[in-house]
Design a protein around this ligand. Structure first.
Ligand SMILES: Cc1cc2nc3c(=O)[nH]c(=O)nc-3n(C[C@H](O)[C@H](O)[C@H](O)COP(=O)(O)OP(=O)(O)OC[C@H]3O[C@@H](n4cnc5c(N)ncnc54)[C@H](O)[C@@H]3O)c2cc1C
Length: 405
């Protein structure tokens, strides 16, 4: 270890290749974010380790809805075309409903607005892309703690690994103890419980595939949150997410939602809760020199809880930052922040404002949907497609002013 302190980067890389448990970069978590980071790094010849606590492939509570913008980005930027065997269905149409006002808005496009996948298959396919590029996968191995020495020493249920650069891609709930000489702290994907949106998802076997042929969003199924139905090959993924302020019994709400959809007679194969963290990015993009990506950084969009796009892109960007900064953790933080600041963070800021109106001001949002519902649905769709960004704050306030005064 001491030797490494005095080595040049090239020498360090050469030494690290000789030590079996020492890697150039260690990535915690084999979700979409960690896998894309690993694929990018390993593809550039960097000795990369992925540590995953579950045995892969693993289930992840998720609608598995990938917006067209990101399917396109995967192809254009990462050179990945999702194989047909992984695509469960494609929604060229989507419906948005507001029950209180009996409003329904439908949109149609000639490209798949949302591509449906099952996360265990999609995530495993992504991880295998990283492995094919040379990344080493160690699954069924939970990271317990990280200690900063000359390298980061990573203690897991399967032994100790070390790397000078670590990426925290451990999702919303991964909690890891960080130890330094000065203190001990838990590092997580969120800073407090107000930054999490609880969500519940059920997989309902499909008896009639015509019942919900395309993605459907029910925007006022509960106080401050929404419900969705995503058709897959043989099941519907039905879920609910609630905004941080509501204290609701999600199981009861899901029962009500399934009754409304007339799906309550079918026994779900899986019902699983999880959480969607958001806004943690406002606090930090790294902790103790460890870069955070995806849900571990709270990068999900608070309007729709759509987290796959930013998980994939932040993983890719973190890898780019590490490569561009020559594996220097401090410099890579700056480069990473610059990359996130170009689009992802400004879009999340405005999305947070929009979510505030949509979920915390029901009267106002209903009024907006009554007068401009179809236009909003079309604009959201254009955001999903990548043809436009969210409106600027100025544009939002100009619409509000016209409606209110
Ligand atoms: C109910 C629900 C529905 C959703 N639906 C959608 C949707 O339709 N579309 C969409 O875009 N987004 C959706 N999201 C959000 C999306 O699932 C997340 O944003 C996305 O999974 C984030 O990816 P990630 O790689 O950052 O984290 P994850 O996918 O959570 O991956 C993190 C990985 O780290 C591993 N890990 C955790 N701790 C440790 C540890 N200590 N040691 C080793 N490994 C560890 C975990 O096992 C996991 O495999 C939904 C979320 C929920 C909860």
């Amino acid at each position: 270890m001491l030797l490494i302190r005095y080595c040049t980067y090239t020498q360090t890389v050469m030494i690290s290749r000789l030590l079996p448990n020492r890697f150039d970069v260690a990535i915690i978590g084999a979700g979409p974010s960690g896998s894309l980071a690993a694929m990018n790094l390993a593809g550039k010849g960097i000795k990369t380790l992925i540590l995953e606590k579950e045995t892969l492939p693993r289930y992840k509570a998720c609608g598995g809805g990938l917006v067209y913008r990101t399917r396109n980005w995967l192809k254009e930027s990462a050179g990945l075309e999702i194989p047909d065997s992984i695509i469960e269905s494609e929604s060229f149409q989507a419906g948005f409903r507001i029950h209180a006002n009996n409003l329904m808005f439908e949109v149609k496009r000639n490209v798949p607005i949302i591509t449906m996948v099952m996360r265990e298959q999609f995530d495993y396919w992504l991880t295998m892309q990283a492995v094919n590029q040379g990344a080493e996968l160690v699954d069924n191995t939970k990271v317990l703690s990280i200690k900063k020495d000359i390298d980061f020493l990573i203690t897991t249920t399967g032994g100790v690994f070390c790397a000078p650069v670590v990426v925290l891609a451990s999702g919303a709930l991964g909690k890891i103890l960080f130890e330094s000489d000065a203190d001990k702290q838990l590092i997580t994907g969120f800073h407090n419980y107000r930054e999490m949106m609880p969500a519940l998802e059920a997989e309902i076997p499909m008896s009639d595939n015509e019942l919900f042929p395309f993605a459907r969003f029910d925007l006022d199924m509960n106080k401050g949150g929404y419900g969705w139905v995503f058709p897959k090959k043989t099941s519907y993924s039905v879920g609910l997410v609630v905004n941080k302020k509501s204290r609701t019994n999600l199981n009861r709400l899901l029962g009500d939602y399934l009754r409304l959809l007339k799906l309550d007679q079918v026994k779900p194969t899986i019902v699983k809760g999880h959480t969607i963290p958001y806004q943690a990015w406002a606090n930090s993009i790294s902790v103790q020199g460890i870069l955070k990506t995806g849900d571990a950084m709270g990068l999900a969009d608070p309007v729709v809880g759509e987290g796959l796009s930013n998980a994939l892109q932040s993983g890719w960007m973190a890898a780019e930052a590490i490569i561009e900064s020559g594996l220097d953790p401090r410099l890579s933080e700056k480069v990473y922040l610059n990359k996130l600041g170009l689009k992802i963070l400004p879009q999340l800021k405005i999305a947070t404002r929009l979510a505030g109106i949509l979920y915390n001001q029901p009267k106002l949002s209903k009024m907006i949907f009554r007068t401009k519902g179809q236009e909003i649905a079309e604009n959201f769709t254009e955001v999903f497609l990548g043809n436009r960004d969210y409106p600027t704050e100025k544009e939002v306030f100009s619409v509000l002013r016209k409606l209110l005064f």
